[in-house]
Design a protein around this ligand. Structure first.
Ligand code: SAM
Length: 259
């Protein structure tokens, strides 16, 4: 696997993300965050779609720890999916985890084909939330559940200075919106009992701890994983930490039901 020009989640970026967030995870909190957003719901025996599955750590947790019958992960980047397939084999879960590379836009998936749509910190990359949630609604069976977390922002005004700095430094394709905007898009798609839960405090703590690790005892490991880009990742984490500290970033959980 090598870094490609058209790939945003390069080997070195994945190296930095997994260093702070654990093997298989490109977002903070890992198993503990998944436990929180699945609190009170039972996904055992269910068919799950994971939108923006990254390198597949979440899918292993959903199948192995929560008994999902099958998890189908979709992502726009090929190299991350190669890692997912290898992980599924290593975990002995190849019969319950499947993956597909997709283009941005409508899902190439049949109507009403999943019981649960799951997504962890990936929908930030998709600008048109109304079309996105219409697609999520379409592929869910009646009675289906949407659960996710995402990097949201404080409001729909221009990003505050710290959020703007983070967006500039991180340099990824983002289409950020506020929690009320997400709720509106979910309701317009037809979902009911839509809710968000703010995780700003948790993410602020996580980014502070990550930044301390990257600039302290983990510095050598970061350089080993990312080479000359180490300082870039330190800057990314510092900017994210500041944007979270001042409340311009509002990461949170989302939940909604298809009637
Ligand atoms: C921050 S990572 C999160 C990965 C994983 N969910 C996790 O928590 O470890 C975001 C992922 O979303 C993927 N992505 C970006 N745009 C997407 C789209 N339009 N559809 C599906 N996946 C997308 C990226 O390639 C990346 O793998």
């Amino acid at each position: 696997m090598s870094d490609h020009e058209d790939v945003e989640y390069t080997d070195s970026f994945i190296g930095a993300l997994e260093m702070v967030w654990g093997d298989g995870f490109l977002s903070p909190g890992g198993k503990e965050e998944i436990a929180l957003f699945l609190e009170g719901v039972d996904i055992s025996g269910k068919e799950v779609l994971d939108v923006g599955c990254g390198v597949g750590g979440c899918d292993v947790v959903l199948a192995r720890d929560y008994g999902a019958a099958h998890v189908h992960g979709i992502d726009v980047e090929g190299p991350v999916l190669e890692r997912c397939v290898a992980r599924a084999e290593r975990e002995g879960l190849s019969d319950r985890l499947s993956y597909r590379k997709v283009d941005p836009g409508p899902f190439p998936l049949p109507d009403e084909s999943f019981d649960v749509v799951f997504s962890k910190d990936a929908m930030i990359h998709i600008e048109d939330k109304h079309s996105l949630f219409a697609e999520v609604f379409r592929v869910l069976r009646p009675g289906g559940l949407f659960v996710a977390s995402d990097w949201m922002r404080r409001d729909e005004g221009p990003p505050g200075p710290e959020a703007q700095r983070w967006l500039d430094v991180v340099g990824l394709t983002f289409g950020m919106h506020s929690p009320p905007f997400y709720l509106d898009a979910l309701e317009k798609a037809g979902f009911v009992d839509c809710s968000t839960a703010d995780r700003n405090e948790f993410v602020t703590r996580a980014l502070r701890a990550d930044h301390a690790l990257m600039t302290g005892e983990g510095r050598e490991e970061l350089i080993r994983r990312t080479g000359e880009e180490a300082q870039h990742y330190i800057d990314v984490w510092h900017a994210g930490m500041r944007a979270a500290e001042v409340g311009e970033l509002r990461p949170g959980h989302l939940r909604a039901f298809k009637p």
